[in-house]
Design a protein around this ligand. Structure first.
Ligand code: PMP
Length: 439
């Protein structure tokens, strides 16, 4: 089930206007991208009229699936009243109030347009608050396109550096050396080394940026000792903790940090809180968020944005978040557990060298016999990458779009039927590829 002739024709036209035929690197192509015509709920229809279960949901954004009725209603009525103003609206107060009421330590918030911006302003806020410029981040973790958090994001094994001293590798040619100097790289779940490195360099470190379950680095849960080490060392040395929950906020109504015992000073949010429209948010303790306070003149960190807090994203986000009550989160949690169990059972029955990670409504299948503990263990060699491409093709053959090398997710509009379909697709793949999976 490769993409069909309509997708191919669109891709050919796209080559005349985009550098490689696409307008974002993250678009999957095998051999070219599948263009989408329309979508509803958990399913989308491509330009050639084929229907698929969508486990990508725009990189985990659409927690209610596509074209969710309460979001359509909210957006339709807002569009008739205007789409963006230079003045504030009630809608922004509503969404901010809902989020701050739910999430511990999220006392003040500022809306922006993307997760990238949310992380960028969180880093700037930490620098302004501490008067320090350097940050620490996790090897292999993705935090968007702000230079400092791009360091050591997708390095190849020959550039990793020794296990106890991961290298600050550049992400693009020409990345300033000064950026690399201002980033310390930690390995996920290596508590002892994190404590040591952070303490040694504490005097110039503003913040540790941590995604509680970094998706591209394996979608692996933080071990309690690692959380304690980060938390304690940061507190001792006046280093702030930034919880990047752009993706993992969908794990619980009180957010991912609270779920894993992390006490952030600052948060970066995005994706689900916009209900499928562009959004990001930087938030945190009132004391720290004062760096954005412009009431007495120029603040320490000026922050604006033409489309920041535009009422379309605000009303869509509010409709999405309102529909996500505790009962809905609990249902998603059960559905995710059921799916991960089914996948693990299929793998065990086939005695195949695969494993599953994730939590709540998120999961990843790894071509590894044991679940990886961090980025280096999760990294694929060429043979493993080939197996995963085969798996994605096989899933597409069963009418399911499974993201490659990133988090797959469930939506509130999914249920037993979808869990059965995904588990069935993995069983079929393992059945048909005994030679691929033999150890
Ligand atoms: N941080 C994390 C953890 C993310 O997953 C993402 C996006 N996948 C970002 C930041 C960047 O968000 P955006 O694509 O909205 O800029």
């Amino acid at each position: 089930f490769p993409p069909g002739p309509q997708s191919q024709a669109l891709f050919e036209r796209a080559h005349a206007v985009f550098p490689d035929g696409t307008t974002r690197i993250t678009v999957e192509r095998d051999p070219f991208p599948r263009y989408i015509a329309r979508a509803k709920g958990a399913y989308l229809t491509d330009a050639d009229g084929k229907r698929f279960l969508d486990l990508n949901l725009n990189f985990t954004t659409l927690i209610h699936g596509h074209a969710f009725e309460p979001i359509i209603a909210a957006v339709e009525s807002q569009i008739r009243n205007g789409t963006c103003f230079a003045n504030p609206t009630e809608a922004e107060v509503e969404l901010a109030s809902l989020l701050c009421a739910r999430v511990p330590r999220l006392e003040r918030i500022r809306f922006v347009n993307t997760g990238t911006e949310a992380v960028m302003f969180a880093v700037k806020a930490a620098r302004a608050f501490t008067g320090r410029s350097r940050i620490a981040k996790i090897e292999g973790a993705y935090h968007g396109a702000y230079d400092w958090v791009e360091v050591a994001q997708a390095s190849v094994p020959q550039n990793w550096g020794p296990p106890d001293s991961p290298a600050a590798t550049p992400y693009y040619r020409g990345m300033p050396a000064s950026v690399l100097d201002d980033v310390m790289v930690l390995r996920f779940n290596d508590a002892a080394r994190a404590r040591e490195l952070l303490s040694r360099h504490a005097s110039n470190i503003a913040a540790v940026v941590i995604d509680p379950m970094p998706s591209r680095a394996g979608l692996i849960a933080p071990e309690p000792e690692f959380v304690t080490a980060l938390q304690k060392t940061a507190r001792e040395h006046g280093i702030l903790i930034i919880s990047d929950e752009v993706l993992n906020f969908r794990q619980a109504s009180h957010g991912a940090a609270a779920r894993y015992g992390i006490q952030p000073d600052l948060f970066a949010l995005g994706k689900i809180i916009g209900g499928g429209f562009p959004i990001g948010a930087v938030g945190g303790l009132a004391d720290v968020m004062k760096v954005f306070d412009g009431s007495a003149g120029r603040p320490l960190v000026p922050q604006g944005g033409t489309f920041s807090a535009n009422p379309i994203s605000m009303v869509a986000g509010h409709a999405a978040m309102k529909a996500l009550d505790e009962i809905t989160f609990a249902r998603l949690e059960r559905l995710g557990n059921a799916l991960r169990n089914r996948l693990e059972d299929a793998i065990a029955r086939a005695n195949a060298p695969f494993s599953v990670t994730g939590a709540a409504s998120l999961f990843r299948i790894h071509p590894k016999p044991r679940p990886p503990r961090e980025f280096r263990e999760a990294h694929w060699n060429a043979a493993e990458a080939k197996v995963m491409t085969e798996m994605t093709r096989s899933f597409a053959g069963h009418g399911i779009l499974l993201p490659v090398g990133a988090a797959a997710c469930l939506a509130t509009t999914m249920g037993e039927v979808e869990v059965d379909a995904v588990a069935g697709a993995l069983e079929a793949f393992l059945d048909q590829n005994a030679e691929l999976v033999e150890e």
